[in-house]
Write a protein that binds this ligand. Structure first.
Ligand code: NAD
Length: 517
Protein backbone atom coordinates (compact mmCIF):
# COMPACT_ATOMS: atom_id res chain seq x y z
CA UNK A 1 0.00 0.00 0.00
CA UNK A 2 1.17 3.49 -0.69
CA UNK A 3 1.39 5.00 2.73
CA UNK A 4 2.54 8.23 4.14
CA UNK A 5 4.58 6.40 6.74
CA UNK A 6 6.92 9.11 7.85
CA UNK A 7 9.95 8.44 9.95
CA UNK A 8 12.31 10.89 11.54
CA UNK A 9 15.67 9.29 10.89
CA UNK A 10 18.31 9.75 13.56
CA UNK A 11 20.15 12.51 11.70
CA UNK A 12 18.38 13.11 8.42
CA UNK A 13 15.07 14.65 7.39
CA UNK A 14 11.61 13.15 7.77
CA UNK A 15 11.24 10.51 5.07
CA UNK A 16 8.10 9.62 3.16
CA UNK A 17 7.82 6.04 1.97
CA UNK A 18 6.26 5.46 -1.42
CA UNK A 19 4.88 1.95 -1.79
CA UNK A 20 3.24 0.29 -4.78
CA UNK A 21 -0.44 0.02 -3.88
CA UNK A 22 -0.90 -3.15 -5.93
CA UNK A 23 1.58 -5.24 -3.94
CA UNK A 24 2.84 -3.16 -1.02
CA UNK A 25 6.43 -3.09 -2.31
CA UNK A 26 8.59 -0.15 -1.19
CA UNK A 27 9.36 1.82 -4.35
CA UNK A 28 11.33 4.73 -2.86
CA UNK A 29 11.66 7.06 0.09
CA UNK A 30 11.74 10.81 -0.40
CA UNK A 31 12.49 13.57 2.09
CA UNK A 32 9.82 15.89 3.37
CA UNK A 33 11.62 19.06 2.33
CA UNK A 34 9.50 21.30 4.54
CA UNK A 35 9.37 25.13 4.58
CA UNK A 36 13.20 25.39 4.35
CA UNK A 37 13.25 23.40 1.10
CA UNK A 38 10.43 25.52 -0.26
CA UNK A 39 12.26 28.77 0.57
CA UNK A 40 15.47 27.64 -1.18
CA UNK A 41 13.58 26.48 -4.28
CA UNK A 42 11.47 29.65 -4.43
CA UNK A 43 14.57 31.86 -4.31
CA UNK A 44 16.24 29.97 -7.18
CA UNK A 45 13.10 30.03 -9.27
CA UNK A 46 12.67 33.77 -8.81
CA UNK A 47 16.27 34.34 -9.90
CA UNK A 48 15.75 32.31 -13.07
CA UNK A 49 12.33 33.68 -14.08
CA UNK A 50 13.24 37.04 -15.68
CA UNK A 51 15.46 35.43 -18.30
CA UNK A 52 12.71 32.87 -19.00
CA UNK A 53 10.18 35.66 -19.52
CA UNK A 54 12.64 37.45 -21.81
CA UNK A 55 12.89 34.40 -24.06
CA UNK A 56 9.36 35.11 -25.30
CA UNK A 57 6.83 32.47 -26.35
CA UNK A 58 8.88 31.16 -29.29
CA UNK A 59 12.02 30.75 -27.16
CA UNK A 60 10.08 28.99 -24.42
CA UNK A 61 8.29 26.74 -26.93
CA UNK A 62 11.69 25.43 -28.12
CA UNK A 63 12.38 24.04 -24.65
CA UNK A 64 8.82 22.75 -24.35
CA UNK A 65 9.10 20.80 -27.59
CA UNK A 66 12.43 19.34 -26.42
CA UNK A 67 10.65 18.33 -23.22
CA UNK A 68 7.99 16.64 -25.36
CA UNK A 69 10.75 14.69 -27.17
CA UNK A 70 12.19 13.64 -23.81
CA UNK A 71 8.78 12.47 -22.56
CA UNK A 72 8.24 10.37 -25.67
CA UNK A 73 11.79 8.96 -25.52
CA UNK A 74 11.15 8.00 -21.88
CA UNK A 75 7.53 6.94 -22.22
CA UNK A 76 7.94 3.42 -20.84
CA UNK A 77 10.04 4.63 -17.95
CA UNK A 78 7.47 7.28 -16.99
CA UNK A 79 4.46 4.98 -17.40
CA UNK A 80 6.23 2.33 -15.32
CA UNK A 81 6.99 4.84 -12.59
CA UNK A 82 3.40 6.05 -12.57
CA UNK A 83 2.19 2.50 -12.33
CA UNK A 84 4.52 1.75 -9.44
CA UNK A 85 3.37 4.68 -7.35
CA UNK A 86 -0.34 4.54 -8.22
CA UNK A 87 -1.15 0.90 -9.02
CA UNK A 88 -2.81 2.00 -12.30
CA UNK A 89 -3.18 -0.31 -15.26
CA UNK A 90 -0.64 0.37 -18.03
CA UNK A 91 -3.43 1.60 -20.30
CA UNK A 92 -4.76 4.07 -17.71
CA UNK A 93 -1.26 5.41 -17.02
CA UNK A 94 -0.44 5.61 -20.74
CA UNK A 95 -3.25 8.13 -21.29
CA UNK A 96 -1.36 10.58 -19.08
CA UNK A 97 1.49 10.62 -21.59
CA UNK A 98 -1.04 11.36 -24.34
CA UNK A 99 -2.31 14.29 -22.24
CA UNK A 100 1.22 15.61 -21.73
CA UNK A 101 1.97 15.54 -25.47
CA UNK A 102 -1.32 17.23 -26.31
CA UNK A 103 -0.82 19.99 -23.73
CA UNK A 104 2.68 20.82 -24.92
CA UNK A 105 1.63 20.91 -28.56
CA UNK A 106 -1.43 23.05 -27.84
CA UNK A 107 0.21 25.70 -25.68
CA UNK A 108 3.56 25.48 -27.50
CA UNK A 109 1.83 26.29 -30.78
CA UNK A 110 -0.71 28.85 -29.51
CA UNK A 111 1.15 30.75 -26.78
CA UNK A 112 2.49 33.45 -29.11
CA UNK A 113 -1.01 34.32 -30.30
CA UNK A 114 -2.55 34.07 -26.83
CA UNK A 115 0.13 36.26 -25.24
CA UNK A 116 0.38 38.89 -27.99
CA UNK A 117 -0.05 42.50 -26.94
CA UNK A 118 -3.72 43.30 -27.34
CA UNK A 119 -4.65 46.53 -29.13
CA UNK A 120 -7.79 48.11 -27.74
CA UNK A 121 -9.95 50.74 -29.46
CA UNK A 122 -9.80 53.96 -27.49
CA UNK A 123 -12.88 55.58 -25.99
CA UNK A 124 -14.29 59.07 -25.76
CA UNK A 125 -12.86 62.47 -26.64
CA UNK A 126 -9.75 62.03 -24.47
CA UNK A 127 -9.05 58.67 -26.12
CA UNK A 128 -8.84 60.24 -29.57
CA UNK A 129 -5.19 61.10 -29.00
CA UNK A 130 -4.26 57.79 -27.32
CA UNK A 131 -3.07 54.34 -28.33
CA UNK A 132 -4.30 51.62 -25.95
CA UNK A 133 -2.71 48.21 -25.47
CA UNK A 134 -2.84 45.42 -22.90
CA UNK A 135 0.34 43.47 -22.15
CA UNK A 136 0.10 40.02 -20.58
CA UNK A 137 2.83 39.86 -17.92
CA UNK A 138 3.36 36.58 -16.08
CA UNK A 139 3.20 36.15 -12.33
CA UNK A 140 6.80 35.61 -11.41
CA UNK A 141 6.32 32.49 -9.28
CA UNK A 142 3.27 30.22 -9.35
CA UNK A 143 2.80 27.46 -6.76
CA UNK A 144 1.06 24.27 -7.84
CA UNK A 145 -0.30 21.72 -5.39
CA UNK A 146 -1.45 18.52 -7.03
CA UNK A 147 -3.25 15.33 -5.93
CA UNK A 148 -2.25 11.69 -6.34
CA UNK A 149 -4.60 10.53 -9.06
CA UNK A 150 -2.64 11.76 -12.09
CA UNK A 151 1.06 12.13 -11.27
CA UNK A 152 2.03 13.24 -14.81
CA UNK A 153 -1.19 14.47 -16.45
CA UNK A 154 -2.25 16.50 -13.40
CA UNK A 155 0.87 18.67 -13.11
CA UNK A 156 1.06 19.05 -16.91
CA UNK A 157 -2.52 20.42 -17.11
CA UNK A 158 -1.56 23.55 -15.21
CA UNK A 159 2.23 23.51 -15.48
CA UNK A 160 2.50 23.74 -19.28
CA UNK A 161 0.37 26.89 -19.69
CA UNK A 162 2.06 28.55 -16.70
CA UNK A 163 5.56 27.86 -18.04
CA UNK A 164 4.52 28.97 -21.52
CA UNK A 165 3.13 32.18 -19.97
CA UNK A 166 6.66 32.90 -18.71
CA UNK A 167 6.19 32.04 -15.03
CA UNK A 168 8.51 29.99 -12.86
CA UNK A 169 6.59 27.12 -11.28
CA UNK A 170 7.06 25.51 -7.88
CA UNK A 171 5.28 22.15 -7.63
CA UNK A 172 4.40 20.17 -4.56
CA UNK A 173 2.96 16.90 -5.81
CA UNK A 174 0.99 14.67 -3.48
CA UNK A 175 3.04 12.94 -0.79
CA UNK A 176 1.47 9.68 -2.06
CA UNK A 177 2.87 10.05 -5.59
CA UNK A 178 5.94 12.30 -5.64
CA UNK A 179 8.13 10.20 -7.96
CA UNK A 180 6.83 10.70 -11.51
CA UNK A 181 6.82 14.48 -11.35
CA UNK A 182 10.22 14.55 -9.65
CA UNK A 183 11.52 12.49 -12.58
CA UNK A 184 9.82 14.74 -15.14
CA UNK A 185 11.39 17.76 -13.43
CA UNK A 186 14.79 16.06 -13.50
CA UNK A 187 14.25 15.43 -17.21
CA UNK A 188 13.46 19.11 -17.77
CA UNK A 189 16.57 20.29 -15.92
CA UNK A 190 19.19 17.63 -16.65
CA UNK A 191 18.20 16.05 -19.97
CA UNK A 192 16.46 18.89 -21.76
CA UNK A 193 18.84 21.40 -20.16
CA UNK A 194 15.99 23.83 -19.86
CA UNK A 195 16.30 26.91 -17.62
CA UNK A 196 15.72 26.21 -13.89
CA UNK A 197 12.21 27.65 -13.81
CA UNK A 198 10.59 24.38 -12.76
CA UNK A 199 11.03 22.75 -9.37
CA UNK A 200 9.32 19.87 -7.63
CA UNK A 201 9.37 19.78 -3.85
CA UNK A 202 8.51 16.62 -1.95
CA UNK A 203 6.56 16.70 1.26
CA UNK A 204 3.19 16.64 2.97
CA UNK A 205 0.54 19.26 3.80
CA UNK A 206 2.90 21.43 5.85
CA UNK A 207 5.26 21.69 2.89
CA UNK A 208 2.23 22.47 0.70
CA UNK A 209 1.22 25.23 3.08
CA UNK A 210 4.75 26.68 2.84
CA UNK A 211 4.39 26.83 -0.95
CA UNK A 212 1.29 29.00 -0.54
CA UNK A 213 3.38 31.39 1.58
CA UNK A 214 6.21 31.63 -0.97
CA UNK A 215 4.48 32.30 -4.29
CA UNK A 216 2.62 35.04 -6.17
CA UNK A 217 -0.28 32.82 -7.26
CA UNK A 218 -1.53 29.35 -6.36
CA UNK A 219 -3.10 26.80 -8.67
CA UNK A 220 -4.53 24.10 -6.44
CA UNK A 221 -5.97 20.77 -7.53
CA UNK A 222 -7.33 18.49 -4.85
CA UNK A 223 -10.13 17.99 -2.38
CA UNK A 224 -12.76 20.60 -1.60
CA UNK A 225 -11.74 20.35 2.06
CA UNK A 226 -8.12 21.39 1.38
CA UNK A 227 -9.22 23.87 -1.28
CA UNK A 228 -11.07 25.91 1.35
CA UNK A 229 -7.88 26.17 3.44
CA UNK A 230 -5.81 27.25 0.43
CA UNK A 231 -8.40 29.87 -0.57
CA UNK A 232 -8.50 31.27 2.98
CA UNK A 233 -4.73 31.62 3.15
CA UNK A 234 -4.48 33.05 -0.37
CA UNK A 235 -7.20 35.54 0.58
CA UNK A 236 -5.23 36.53 3.63
CA UNK A 237 -2.10 37.04 1.56
CA UNK A 238 -4.11 38.76 -1.19
CA UNK A 239 -2.72 36.52 -3.89
CA UNK A 240 -4.94 34.95 -6.56
CA UNK A 241 -5.70 31.26 -6.41
CA UNK A 242 -7.51 28.90 -8.72
CA UNK A 243 -9.15 25.82 -7.24
CA UNK A 244 -9.90 22.63 -9.16
CA UNK A 245 -11.77 20.49 -6.65
CA UNK A 246 -13.91 17.41 -6.23
CA UNK A 247 -16.93 16.31 -8.22
CA UNK A 248 -19.96 14.03 -8.18
CA UNK A 249 -20.66 13.94 -11.89
CA UNK A 250 -24.08 12.83 -13.04
CA UNK A 251 -24.83 10.86 -16.21
CA UNK A 252 -28.38 11.30 -17.51
CA UNK A 253 -29.58 8.63 -19.93
CA UNK A 254 -32.75 9.61 -21.76
CA UNK A 255 -34.98 7.02 -23.35
CA UNK A 256 -33.87 7.89 -26.89
CA UNK A 257 -30.16 7.29 -26.13
CA UNK A 258 -27.88 4.95 -28.05
CA UNK A 259 -27.63 2.37 -25.27
CA UNK A 260 -24.70 0.51 -26.76
CA UNK A 261 -22.54 3.65 -26.71
CA UNK A 262 -23.96 4.91 -23.42
CA UNK A 263 -23.20 1.67 -21.58
CA UNK A 264 -19.64 1.50 -22.95
CA UNK A 265 -19.14 5.11 -21.86
CA UNK A 266 -20.60 4.43 -18.41
CA UNK A 267 -18.26 1.46 -17.89
CA UNK A 268 -15.20 3.47 -18.93
CA UNK A 269 -16.31 6.76 -17.39
CA UNK A 270 -16.96 5.24 -13.98
CA UNK A 271 -13.99 2.87 -13.89
CA UNK A 272 -11.13 4.69 -15.66
CA UNK A 273 -8.25 5.09 -13.27
CA UNK A 274 -10.30 3.00 -10.79
CA UNK A 275 -12.78 5.87 -10.66
CA UNK A 276 -10.13 8.14 -9.15
CA UNK A 277 -10.84 11.04 -11.50
CA UNK A 278 -12.56 14.25 -10.49
CA UNK A 279 -14.70 14.09 -13.65
CA UNK A 280 -15.56 10.38 -13.51
CA UNK A 281 -19.15 9.22 -13.75
CA UNK A 282 -20.12 9.04 -10.08
CA UNK A 283 -23.88 8.50 -10.44
CA UNK A 284 -26.23 7.59 -13.23
CA UNK A 285 -29.93 8.44 -13.79
CA UNK A 286 -31.74 6.38 -16.41
CA UNK A 287 -35.25 6.99 -17.71
CA UNK A 288 -37.61 4.18 -16.83
CA UNK A 289 -38.33 2.82 -20.38
CA UNK A 290 -34.64 1.98 -21.02
CA UNK A 291 -33.53 1.29 -17.46
CA UNK A 292 -33.58 -2.53 -17.56
CA UNK A 293 -31.67 -2.80 -20.84
CA UNK A 294 -29.15 -0.17 -19.73
CA UNK A 295 -28.48 -1.97 -16.44
CA UNK A 296 -28.12 -5.35 -18.09
CA UNK A 297 -25.70 -4.11 -20.75
CA UNK A 298 -23.53 -2.00 -18.46
CA UNK A 299 -23.29 -4.72 -15.81
CA UNK A 300 -22.09 -7.16 -18.46
CA UNK A 301 -19.45 -4.69 -19.67
CA UNK A 302 -18.23 -3.99 -16.13
CA UNK A 303 -18.08 -7.72 -15.38
CA UNK A 304 -15.77 -8.18 -18.36
CA UNK A 305 -13.18 -5.67 -17.08
CA UNK A 306 -9.84 -7.26 -16.24
CA UNK A 307 -8.31 -6.02 -12.99
CA UNK A 308 -4.68 -6.25 -11.89
CA UNK A 309 -1.17 -5.03 -12.68
CA UNK A 310 0.44 -5.29 -16.12
CA UNK A 311 3.89 -3.84 -15.47
CA UNK A 312 5.29 -5.20 -18.71
CA UNK A 313 3.07 -2.90 -20.80
CA UNK A 314 1.15 -5.87 -22.16
CA UNK A 315 -2.23 -4.17 -21.73
CA UNK A 316 -3.54 -7.36 -20.14
CA UNK A 317 -5.59 -5.47 -17.57
CA UNK A 318 -8.06 -2.64 -17.85
CA UNK A 319 -8.27 -1.42 -14.30
CA UNK A 320 -5.66 -1.24 -11.56
CA UNK A 321 -5.81 -0.75 -7.80
CA UNK A 322 -6.83 2.13 -5.61
CA UNK A 323 -3.96 4.50 -4.92
CA UNK A 324 -4.11 4.49 -1.15
CA UNK A 325 -5.71 2.75 1.79
CA UNK A 326 -7.72 5.83 2.87
CA UNK A 327 -9.45 6.04 -0.48
CA UNK A 328 -10.10 2.29 -0.52
CA UNK A 329 -11.76 2.61 2.90
CA UNK A 330 -14.00 5.45 1.59
CA UNK A 331 -15.13 3.37 -1.39
CA UNK A 332 -15.78 0.37 0.83
CA UNK A 333 -17.79 2.47 3.28
CA UNK A 334 -19.93 4.01 0.48
CA UNK A 335 -20.80 0.54 -0.83
CA UNK A 336 -21.54 -0.77 2.69
CA UNK A 337 -23.73 2.26 3.44
CA UNK A 338 -25.69 1.74 0.20
CA UNK A 339 -26.20 -1.99 0.85
CA UNK A 340 -27.29 -1.31 4.44
CA UNK A 341 -29.93 1.12 3.09
CA UNK A 342 -31.27 -1.33 0.52
CA UNK A 343 -29.04 -1.11 -2.58
CA UNK A 344 -28.19 -4.23 -4.60
CA UNK A 345 -24.68 -5.05 -5.84
CA UNK A 346 -24.91 -6.46 -9.38
CA UNK A 347 -21.19 -7.03 -9.76
CA UNK A 348 -18.10 -6.33 -7.65
CA UNK A 349 -18.70 -4.77 -4.26
CA UNK A 350 -15.62 -5.84 -2.33
CA UNK A 351 -11.86 -5.38 -1.95
CA UNK A 352 -9.33 -7.97 -3.06
CA UNK A 353 -7.47 -10.15 -0.57
CA UNK A 354 -4.10 -8.60 -1.45
CA UNK A 355 -3.22 -5.16 -2.67
CA UNK A 356 -5.46 -2.11 -2.64
CA UNK A 357 -7.80 -3.38 -5.35
CA UNK A 358 -11.53 -2.73 -5.17
CA UNK A 359 -13.63 -4.66 -7.66
CA UNK A 360 -15.43 -2.66 -10.36
CA UNK A 361 -18.89 -2.34 -8.89
CA UNK A 362 -22.41 -1.71 -10.19
CA UNK A 363 -25.08 -0.71 -7.67
CA UNK A 364 -28.84 -0.44 -8.26
CA UNK A 365 -31.83 0.43 -6.09
CA UNK A 366 -29.90 3.44 -4.87
CA UNK A 367 -31.32 6.78 -3.74
CA UNK A 368 -30.13 10.14 -2.41
CA UNK A 369 -30.16 9.03 1.22
CA UNK A 370 -27.01 7.05 0.38
CA UNK A 371 -23.43 8.34 0.50
CA UNK A 372 -22.70 6.82 -2.91
CA UNK A 373 -25.15 9.32 -4.45
CA UNK A 374 -24.19 12.35 -2.38
CA UNK A 375 -20.50 12.30 -1.43
CA UNK A 376 -17.53 11.97 -3.76
CA UNK A 377 -16.70 8.23 -3.88
CA UNK A 378 -13.59 8.56 -6.08
CA UNK A 379 -13.61 4.83 -6.73
CA UNK A 380 -14.69 2.15 -9.23
CA UNK A 381 -18.41 2.27 -8.54
CA UNK A 382 -21.40 2.95 -10.77
CA UNK A 383 -24.60 3.55 -8.81
CA UNK A 384 -27.61 3.61 -11.18
CA UNK A 385 -30.97 5.10 -10.30
CA UNK A 386 -34.23 4.68 -12.23
CA UNK A 387 -36.06 7.97 -12.90
CA UNK A 388 -39.58 8.56 -14.17
CA UNK A 389 -38.65 11.33 -16.60
CA UNK A 390 -36.13 13.97 -17.59
CA UNK A 391 -37.45 16.45 -15.03
CA UNK A 392 -36.69 14.07 -12.18
CA UNK A 393 -33.26 13.29 -13.65
CA UNK A 394 -32.34 16.99 -13.81
CA UNK A 395 -33.63 17.65 -10.30
CA UNK A 396 -31.57 14.76 -8.89
CA UNK A 397 -28.47 15.66 -10.91
CA UNK A 398 -28.62 19.17 -9.43
CA UNK A 399 -29.22 17.87 -5.91
CA UNK A 400 -25.51 18.02 -5.06
CA UNK A 401 -23.05 20.47 -3.53
CA UNK A 402 -20.74 19.68 -6.47
CA UNK A 403 -20.95 20.95 -10.06
CA UNK A 404 -17.87 19.86 -11.99
CA UNK A 405 -18.98 17.97 -15.09
CA UNK A 406 -21.83 15.78 -16.34
CA UNK A 407 -23.15 13.94 -19.37
CA UNK A 408 -26.47 13.72 -21.19
CA UNK A 409 -27.41 10.88 -23.51
CA UNK A 410 -29.93 11.31 -26.29
CA UNK A 411 -29.96 10.88 -30.09
CA UNK A 412 -31.84 14.19 -30.35
CA UNK A 413 -29.33 17.02 -30.07
CA UNK A 414 -31.98 19.69 -29.34
CA UNK A 415 -33.45 17.54 -26.61
CA UNK A 416 -29.98 17.00 -25.09
CA UNK A 417 -29.22 20.75 -25.33
CA UNK A 418 -32.45 21.54 -23.50
CA UNK A 419 -31.42 19.24 -20.65
CA UNK A 420 -27.82 20.54 -20.67
CA UNK A 421 -29.00 24.11 -20.12
CA UNK A 422 -30.71 23.05 -16.89
CA UNK A 423 -27.72 21.24 -15.36
CA UNK A 424 -25.78 23.05 -12.66
CA UNK A 425 -22.28 21.97 -13.67
CA UNK A 426 -19.30 23.53 -15.43
CA UNK A 427 -19.44 21.05 -18.32
CA UNK A 428 -21.95 18.84 -20.10
CA UNK A 429 -20.78 16.12 -22.46
CA UNK A 430 -23.50 15.11 -24.89
CA UNK A 431 -23.18 11.44 -25.82
CA UNK A 432 -19.70 11.29 -24.30
CA UNK A 433 -17.99 11.34 -20.92
CA UNK A 434 -15.10 13.46 -19.59
CA UNK A 435 -14.10 14.61 -23.08
CA UNK A 436 -14.70 18.32 -22.42
CA UNK A 437 -11.73 18.38 -20.03
CA UNK A 438 -9.36 17.21 -22.74
CA UNK A 439 -10.55 19.71 -25.32
CA UNK A 440 -8.16 22.48 -24.37
CA UNK A 441 -10.02 25.25 -26.21
CA UNK A 442 -12.86 24.71 -23.71
CA UNK A 443 -12.77 26.15 -20.19
CA UNK A 444 -12.88 23.66 -17.31
CA UNK A 445 -14.60 25.32 -14.42
CA UNK A 446 -16.05 23.72 -11.32
CA UNK A 447 -19.33 25.24 -10.22
CA UNK A 448 -20.58 25.26 -6.63
CA UNK A 449 -18.02 23.57 -4.34
CA UNK A 450 -16.16 22.02 -7.28
CA UNK A 451 -13.89 24.98 -7.76
CA UNK A 452 -13.08 28.62 -8.27
CA UNK A 453 -11.73 29.94 -11.55
CA UNK A 454 -11.04 27.99 -14.72
CA UNK A 455 -8.29 26.05 -16.40
CA UNK A 456 -7.78 25.59 -20.15
CA UNK A 457 -10.23 27.49 -22.37
CA UNK A 458 -7.92 28.63 -25.18
CA UNK A 459 -6.26 31.94 -24.41
CA UNK A 460 -7.83 32.01 -20.93
CA UNK A 461 -5.84 28.91 -19.99
CA UNK A 462 -2.57 30.78 -20.38
CA UNK A 463 -3.71 34.31 -19.49
CA UNK A 464 -4.80 33.12 -16.03
CA UNK A 465 -1.09 32.99 -15.19
CA UNK A 466 -0.59 36.60 -16.30
CA UNK A 467 -1.41 39.97 -14.91
CA UNK A 468 -3.06 42.34 -17.38
CA UNK A 469 -0.95 45.45 -17.79
CA UNK A 470 -2.76 48.37 -19.41
CA UNK A 471 -0.49 50.62 -21.46
CA UNK A 472 -1.52 54.00 -22.85
CA UNK A 473 0.71 55.95 -25.21
CA UNK A 474 0.23 59.24 -27.01
CA UNK A 475 -0.66 59.35 -30.69
CA UNK A 476 0.46 62.98 -30.92
CA UNK A 477 2.85 64.87 -28.71
CA UNK A 478 1.13 67.71 -26.78
CA UNK A 479 2.87 69.95 -24.29
CA UNK A 480 0.01 69.50 -21.85
CA UNK A 481 -3.45 67.92 -21.53
CA UNK A 482 -6.58 70.12 -21.36
CA UNK A 483 -7.50 68.72 -17.90
CA UNK A 484 -4.08 69.35 -16.31
CA UNK A 485 -3.18 72.34 -14.10
CA UNK A 486 -3.56 75.27 -14.08
CA UNK A 487 -7.36 75.53 -14.29
CA UNK A 488 -8.49 78.68 -16.10
CA UNK A 489 -12.02 79.93 -16.28
CA UNK A 490 -12.39 80.07 -20.04
CA UNK A 491 -10.81 76.76 -20.90
CA UNK A 492 -12.42 74.94 -17.94
CA UNK A 493 -15.88 76.24 -18.88
CA UNK A 494 -15.29 75.22 -22.46
CA UNK A 495 -14.41 71.73 -21.24
CA UNK A 496 -17.57 71.54 -19.12
CA UNK A 497 -19.63 72.57 -22.18
CA UNK A 498 -17.93 69.87 -24.25
CA UNK A 499 -18.73 67.26 -21.59
CA UNK A 500 -22.44 68.18 -21.90
CA UNK A 501 -22.40 68.39 -25.67
CA UNK A 502 -20.81 64.98 -26.09
CA UNK A 503 -22.18 63.19 -23.03
CA UNK A 504 -25.81 64.26 -22.58
CA UNK A 505 -28.64 62.23 -24.09
CA UNK A 506 -30.99 65.10 -25.07
CA UNK A 507 -30.63 68.53 -26.67
CA UNK A 508 -31.82 70.51 -23.65
CA UNK A 509 -28.98 69.20 -21.52
CA UNK A 510 -26.51 69.36 -24.38
CA UNK A 511 -27.21 73.09 -24.57
CA UNK A 512 -26.79 73.54 -20.86
CA UNK A 513 -30.48 73.65 -19.82
CA UNK A 514 -32.29 71.54 -17.23
CA UNK A 515 -35.52 70.08 -18.68
CA UNK A 516 -38.78 70.74 -16.77
CA UNK A 517 -40.17 67.62 -15.00
P1 NAD B 1 -5.87 16.73 -1.06
O1 NAD B 1 -6.69 17.96 -0.99
O2 NAD B 1 -5.77 15.89 0.14
O3 NAD B 1 -4.36 17.07 -1.48
C1 NAD B 1 -4.02 17.79 -2.66
C2 NAD B 1 -2.65 18.40 -2.49
O4 NAD B 1 -2.69 19.41 -1.49
C3 NAD B 1 -1.57 17.43 -2.03
O5 NAD B 1 -0.38 17.74 -2.69
C4 NAD B 1 -1.47 17.69 -0.55
O6 NAD B 1 -0.21 17.36 0.01
C5 NAD B 1 -1.69 19.18 -0.50
N1 NAD B 1 -2.19 19.67 0.79
C6 NAD B 1 -2.95 19.03 1.71
N2 NAD B 1 -3.24 19.86 2.75
C7 NAD B 1 -2.65 21.04 2.47
C8 NAD B 1 -2.60 22.29 3.14
N3 NAD B 1 -3.22 22.51 4.30
N4 NAD B 1 -1.92 23.31 2.55
C9 NAD B 1 -1.31 23.13 1.37
N5 NAD B 1 -1.32 21.96 0.68
C10 NAD B 1 -1.99 20.92 1.22
O7 NAD B 1 -6.46 15.90 -2.30
P2 NAD B 1 -6.11 14.40 -2.74
O8 NAD B 1 -6.74 13.45 -1.79
O9 NAD B 1 -4.64 14.32 -3.00
O10 NAD B 1 -6.84 14.32 -4.16
C11 NAD B 1 -8.15 13.86 -4.38
C12 NAD B 1 -9.08 15.02 -4.64
O11 NAD B 1 -8.62 15.80 -5.73
C13 NAD B 1 -10.49 14.57 -5.05
O12 NAD B 1 -11.44 15.31 -4.34
C14 NAD B 1 -10.56 14.91 -6.53
O13 NAD B 1 -11.85 15.13 -7.01
C15 NAD B 1 -9.70 16.12 -6.59
N6 NAD B 1 -9.24 16.37 -7.97
C16 NAD B 1 -9.75 17.42 -8.66
C17 NAD B 1 -9.36 17.65 -9.97
C18 NAD B 1 -9.93 18.80 -10.77
O14 NAD B 1 -9.33 19.15 -11.78
N7 NAD B 1 -11.05 19.39 -10.39
C19 NAD B 1 -8.41 16.82 -10.57
C20 NAD B 1 -7.91 15.76 -9.83
C21 NAD B 1 -8.32 15.54 -8.53
Amino acid sequence: MTTQVQEQTAKGPVLIEVRCPADGRLVASVPDEGPEGVAVAAKRLREAQPAWEDLGPDGRAKYMFRFLDWILDNEKHLVGLMQEETGKSWGDAGLEVAMAVDLINYYGKHAKKFLADRKVKSWGAVGMTKNLRVFARPYQLVGMLTPWNGPLGGPMLDGVPALMAGCAVLFKPSEFTPLTWAEATRGWLEEVNAPPVLASITGGPETGAAVVEAVDMVAFTGSTRTGRKIAARAGDRLIPCSLELGGKDAMIVLSDADLERATSAAAWGAMWNSGQICISVERCYVEEPVYDVFVEKVTQKVKELRQGMDPDGSYQTDIGSMENANQLAIVESHVADAVRKGAKVLTGGKRAVTGLFFEPTVLVDVDHSMQCMRDETFGPTLPIMKVANEKEAIQLANDSPYGLSSSVWSKDRKHADRVARQIEAGAVNINNVMISTFQLPLPMSGWKTSGVGTRSGGATGILKYCRQQSVVSEKIHLKSEPHWYPYRQKSSELQARMVRLLGAHDWQRRLGRTPKR
